[in-house]
Design a binder for this molecule. Structure first.
Ligand code: NAD
Ligand code: DAU
Length: 360
């Protein structure tokens, strides 16, 4: 059975994946879309650019119960895609409190509001609450193996622990109150509009401006990379075809270790900028490793493949160059999203790590 959303709340829609998800929902022709976003250092109106006029944008915090309950009353949502979160592992290692507040308390606030709004008397109306989560809740893999939906949760960073906590709250609201929830667990994303504090946009931005490329430890950790627009497609599948109470893993199968990824990005920046070969690779600098650094994540997507025919449309080989070109061509965007807070965090974080890295 396919669910057709008519009044959709998207939280975190001014962020990286949220803005792609808003575009996906607008393209699908949902009649009412409300975006709720606190516009933290990670959220920017500019990310919604062309689709801003197609949505109702609310600048507010998901932890604000009066605001959230009021939005449910005003817009009679039949669906939620919940993406708002604190998302950067390094920030969570520096300070975890905001991660618990937004990711745990904020998720609880949304669950509570949905549960109250969707209680009888309209119990027959179809509804969906999609909670967007991460593969990091499963912990770290060795060189082989994959996470399935039944892999035990073993989060290692404060970020992962806060996401795992929110996933468990979602599970409990389904079991206890019958809330029609769907949880998605997804691998690392790449694409336009990602804040340059995450690996791929940070390396591109640094290489474009001739700054050092800080690789943690020896760069041996492995990540699986999915294009952000494929992630948005997967959330659309989860919303419209996901079964209530289920969780689905979405991966790309495209694994690469960090050093190889950074070398690839450096070479691509040189290609698109007309630099001499090897110029950006020379900027690679090994810095102190991340505390508790998970070695490898890898997703088994068979459940989503069987349920939805899930298959990402984009690949690194075909689409990474366009992503590098996007950052090259959107210098103004990079400047606008580099708030004082963002710049302060970057400067402090990397200053302490210089010169303490492992060797190649
Ligand atoms: P992001 O950091 O780019 O954006 C987060 C958005 O949430 C921002 O617009 C921010 O302003 C908003 N926000 C933060 N706190 C808020 C609050 N208290 N109230 C309202 N809005 C708030 O994040 P992203 O990378 O787009 O990730 C989106 C979701 O996807 C997150 O839940 C994340 O855990 C999950 N996820 C991300 C990845 C990835 O690779 N980036 C992979 C898997 C899952
Ligand atoms: O796996 C999904 C997760 O992917 C999401 O849930 C998170 O929200 C998202 O931030 C991302 O987490 P990671 O920690 O994997 O992403 P990040 O881009 O921060 O780092 C990717 C890898 O690159 C990781 O092994 C650390 C390393 N790294 C990162 C940065 C920023 C470096 O070597 N140097 C860097 O400067």
């Amino acid at each position: 059975m396919t669910f057709t959303p008519t009044s959709l709340l998207i939280t975190g829609g001014a962020g990286f994946i949220g803005s792609s998800t808003v575009r996906r929902a607008v393209a699908a022709g949902v009649s009412k879309i409300v975006v709720l976003d606190a516009l933290t250092y990670a959220g920017h109106r500019i990310n919604l650019g062309d689709v801003m006029s197609a949505v109702t944008f609310v600048h507010g915090n998901i932890c604000d119960a009066a605001l959230v309950n009021g939005l449910f009353a005003q817009h009679a949502f039949d669906s939620v895609i919940h993406l708002a979160a604190e998302t950067h592992v390094d920030r969570s290692i520096e300070s975890a409190a905001e991660f618990v507040q937004t990711n745990v308390v904020g998720t609880l606030t949304l669950l509570d509001a949905s549960m109250r709004a969707w209680a009888a008397p309209n119990a027959n109306t179809e509804r969906r609450f999609v909670h967007v989560s991460t593969d990091e809740v499963y912990g770290s893999l060795g060189p082989t193996g994959h996470f399935t939906e039944s892999t035990a949760y073993a989060p290692n960073s404060p970020y992962a622990a806060s996401k795992a906590s929110s996933d468990l709250l979602v599970r409990s609201f389904h079991r206890t109150y019958g809330l029609p929830t769907v949880v998605t667990n997804t691998c690392n994303n790449y694409g336009p509009r990602q804040l340059p504090e995450k690996l791929i946009p940070l390396m591109i931005a640094h290489a474009l401006s001739g700054k050092k490329l800080p690789v943690y430890g020896k760069g041996a950790q492995v990540r699986e990379w999915l294009h952000v627009d494929d992630h948005a497609d997967s959330l659309w599948l989860a919303l419209t075809q996901g079964a209530a109470g289920e969780s689905y893993n979405f991966g790309s199968g495209e694994e690469t270790d960090n050093l190889r990824m950074v070398e690839r990005l450096a070479d691509t920046v040189d290609e698109v900028s007309g630099n001499p070969k090897g110029m950006s690779r020379a900027l690679i600098t090994f810095v102190e490793d991340r505390k508790g650094h998970d070695f490898r994540y890898a997703i088994d997507s068979s459940k989503a493949k069987a349920a939805f025919g899930w298959q990402p449309k984009r690949t690194l080989a075909h689409d990474l160059r366009a992503v590098v070109e996007w950052y090259r061509d959107n210098e103004e965007w990079c400047r606008l999203v580099s708030s004082d807070e963002h710049s302060r965090f970057q400067a402090a974080y990397y200053k302490d790590r210089e010169g303490t890295g492992g060797a190649k």
